[in-house]
Ligand binder design. Sequence first.
Ligand code: FES
Ligand SMILES: [Fe+2]
Length: 444
Amino acid sequence: MPPNPRTGEVALSDETATGFLQISDLVRDEDCRFRLHSSLYVDQDIFDLELERIFGHSWIFVAHDRMIPDPGNYLTTTLGKQPIIVSRDENGKVHVLFNRCAHRGSVVCREERGHANAFRCPYHGWVFGNDGHLIGASQRNGYPDDFLDWGLKLEPVPLVESYRGLIFANLDPDAHSLSERLNTARRYIDLWCERSPVGLLSFSEGIHRYEFPANWKLQAENGVDGYHGNYVHESFVNILERSGERKLGDTTKTRNTLGSRNFAKGLPMGDGLLEREDGMLGTFDYRGHGDYCQKLEEAYGPERADDIMMQRNIFIFPNLFLFESHIRVIHPVTVNRSYIDVHPTYLEGAGDQLNSERLSEHERFFGPSGFGAPDDIEIFVCTQSGAAATNNPWLEFSRGMHREIRNDLGETIGHSTDETPQRSLYREWLKKMATGQPPRGKHA
Ligand code: FES
Ligand SMILES: [Fe+2]
């Protein structure tokens, strides 16, 4: 049954067996206790509503400026589930276009990335410039003389803005500006960019993609989950111990000690981060590279350089992660299928040697056959499977809620193993889902 378009009610069987819950009942945010209803992972109607109310009205990351550095470069991706092309025209301007032919609707570009001044539709051969305008149609005499004045084109996504090279698009033409949206997160985006001594990242290392049969939010939760490392990644911790790279006690100390510089932070608007002085599993040892540290200190000063060196996994609601070594983008497919694009970064100005070692470390943990990412994916599937058991549908996200504090920037700060960022994510989820307009068209 679809959600009621007036009330947002969805048909669910909850523990009270009423048969109906309001969207606002799906997240229970109480004193020291935070719970989530399992239907958020399994209910197709909720998923459809997420596409409308979250992906249809939020600033969604679509590409980094340096992924399409030259005129004529393009890549294809999705905005929610809608296919788009991100292209750079001959004047250097970036366009975000729906990848849908103005004739009868085929995608016009089937490549993941490349260089093209124009896109030729595979169905009947209409041709569009890389800024979206219609250049011409095959067998042109089938249309009247004023055909090119009909305004046919690859339609642009309503809003496009960027910050520090991160390009975001918004399907809602009335959305607030990106700068208002990013707000507190900008400080952390800046620190992330400044891992490069010249403040520039590039993406010459390619991408890898993984798909899994589980809900997209499981990845959103997990990337800022500092609680699971000792357990899900136990085999990797043991390998580090056996190879002499890191003592088991040092790893667990980070996770168990209060009062050190190890935080989980919930930011306004659903963002959050995990922040550790001595790093996360799978992160490169920058402090062991004196030349690099010196370059950072010269560029930014010792205090700022120290802040930059803190290891962070930053989540920008709803689909973007800035990990220390890569950008990670979440793509929802269905309620129980998602895929992730991982774009390793190259730190301009840090030298090829450091970048090469850093990429190896990235591959060792996050790569397709790495020690870390495949274990996380297994857990996403475990959680998706577990959600089918409905006797008690409530999930606990309460860890550390009793001990977190709020600072004057509006950040909520917990220990690095606390579920503070996840609570921030789901508060924003609820805000968008419960106050959104009824789905356009579908249930009118
Ligand atoms: S659908 Fe594109 S040319 Fe016909
Ligand atoms: Fe993990």
